[in-house]
Write a protein that binds this ligand. Structure first.
Ligand SMILES: Cc1cc2nc3c(=O)[nH]c(=O)nc-3n(C[C@H](O)[C@H](O)[C@H](O)COP(=O)(O)OP(=O)(O)OC[C@H]3O[C@@H](n4cnc5c(N)ncnc54)[C@H](O)[C@@H]3O)c2cc1C
Length: 392
């Protein structure tokens, strides 16, 4: 892997719209990624191993529960800070950002928002330091885009529920200490619960042979007559809206994270194009490569502005699910297109692990699929503007 010479593009001086605190948090994360992530991440991707030693550093930059109140061990930051953290981490690697997103938005967020006081005190401070790691089980083998059809079930047994079922494609599952799991009760109502690794009948086999998100550990959650104490049920909200609320938070972070991957691809391609001489001149001096680079910076700038405005709305409690869908869909698709174009700018070198572009490109194939596919987010926008659901 080449030395990390990353210089963040800011074509519209968007930095001027950030507070000093935003910039401090962003710059600390950027430095950490340069120092700790860039030198080792390619090898982990090549070997498909999760860089577990980075968990301490992720916690130290505030990546676990940045918006969670300080009283529960969080950092109490606003949503723009959260977005900037996800941007910087994904600039390093989408797999690492996935770990942080799951911990913050899909584990800490539901416990903070729907959990009891006891659950918050028991789990949140340890999740904030990375002493406990979590995963989020919604997707099932037969229910991906349509989680409302889930088959996982809980049956009331007096002082506990008996949980049976299976989840798949679960980020962090192979090493998570706890899982926030969604299952239906006898009345078909979806409930969230905290399942601990030590519970009998619970196993998490790892999913191998991924060509994407190779630094992120993915697995299944298998529940075979798992006794879940009643105090582990999230009491604050049930129904499909509860897990979808978590996805809103995670998708928001992804909308920012994808900008990080795109910035890294653009910056790498720009530097390479200026240095690579063909036909006696830098390839950056050719119209075709300039078209690619000019379109990249245009799309990045639009995505930055979209994310920032969404962050303002989120800070004010006004960001809608449909607005978040639009930003997730647009920004991930933008990043994937930029990765594909940037890889071509590097010619044959673009397919090697000497540069980060191909890794970003493969990672983004998962990012465009998880947390609602590209198609599903389009349907959410379509439903929002027409008032007609085209899902069924
Ligand atoms: C690396 C990775 C990590 C993941 N991590 C997690 C996790 O931590 N927790 C978790 O719960 N899940 C996780 N997921 C699962 C992810 O959220 C699902 O893969 C995603 O929701 C899509 O579901 P599916 O793969 O079953 O595709 P399907 O739902 O089977 O969709 C297949 C195709 O059909 C299209 N489609 C579906 N319905 C419609 C429709 N009505 N109209 C038009 N087109 C449609 C989709 O857009 C897609 O192109 C992860 C996935 C990956 C790849």
């Amino acid at each position: 892997m080449k030395a990390d010479l990353f210089q963040a593009p800011d074509y519209y001086q968007i930095d001027d719209l950030l507070t000093e605190e935003h910039k401090l948090i962003r710059d600390a994360a950027r430095d950490w990624v340069k120092k700790e992530v860039s030198p080792i991440i390619e090898q982990h991707a090549q070997e498909a191993t999760f860089p577990k030693h980075l968990l301490v550093g992720l916690a130290s930059i505030g990546a676990f529960g940045p918006t969670i109140p300080e009283a529960y061990g969080g950092v109490g930051l606003d949503y723009i800070s959260y977005g900037l953290l996800m941007q910087e981490i994904e600039r390093g690697d989408s797999g690492l950002r996935s770990t942080a997103s799951v911990q913050s938005s899909l584990v800490m967020h539901p416990i903070n928002t729907y959990g009891s006081e006891e659950q918050k005190q028991k789990y949140l401070p340890k999740l904030a330091t990375g002493e406990l790691m979590g995963c989020f089980g919604l997707t099932e083998p037969d229910h991906g885009s349509n989680p409302s059809g889930m088959n996982s079930k809980i049956v009331d047994k007096g002082d506990h529920y008996l949980l049976n079922g299976a989840k798949m494609w679960i980020s962090n599952a192979p090493f998570a200490d706890i899982a926030v799991v969604w299952a239906k009760d006898e009345n078909g109502r979806i409930k969230g619960m905290i399942v601990e690794r030590s519970m009998e009948g619970f196993s998490t086999p790892e999913t191998h042979n991924k060509w994407s998100l190779r630094t992120s550990a993915t697995g299944e959650l298998i529940f075979n007559d798992v006794k879940v104490p009643k105090e582990n049920i999230l009491p604050g909200k049930d129904g499909l809206g509860a897990p979808l609320g978590c996805l809103d938070s995670a998708r928001y972070g992804i909308a920012w994270g994808a900008i990080g991957a795109a910035m890294d691809c653009y910056d790498t391609a720009l530097r390479y194009a200026k240095e690579r001489i063909q036909f006696g001149k830098p390839i950056a001096a050719t119209q075709l490569q300039q078209k690619k680079l000019a379109e990249m910076i245009t799309e990045i700038t639009k995505a930055q502005l979209l994310a920032l405005r969404l962050g303002q709305l989120k800070n004010e409690g006004r960001a809608t699910t449909a607005q978040i869908s639009m930003a997730k869909r647009n920004n991930v698709s933008m990043a994937l297109n930029i990765a594909r174009e940037a890889r071509q700018v590097l010619g044959a070198m673009g397919i090697t692990g000497d540069y980060s572009i191909m890794r970003h490109m493969m990672n983004l194939e998962s990012v465009v699929t998880y947390e609602g596919t590209h198609d599903i987010h389009l349907l959410i926008t379509g439903m929002d503007i027409t008032g007609h659901s085209a899902f069924k």
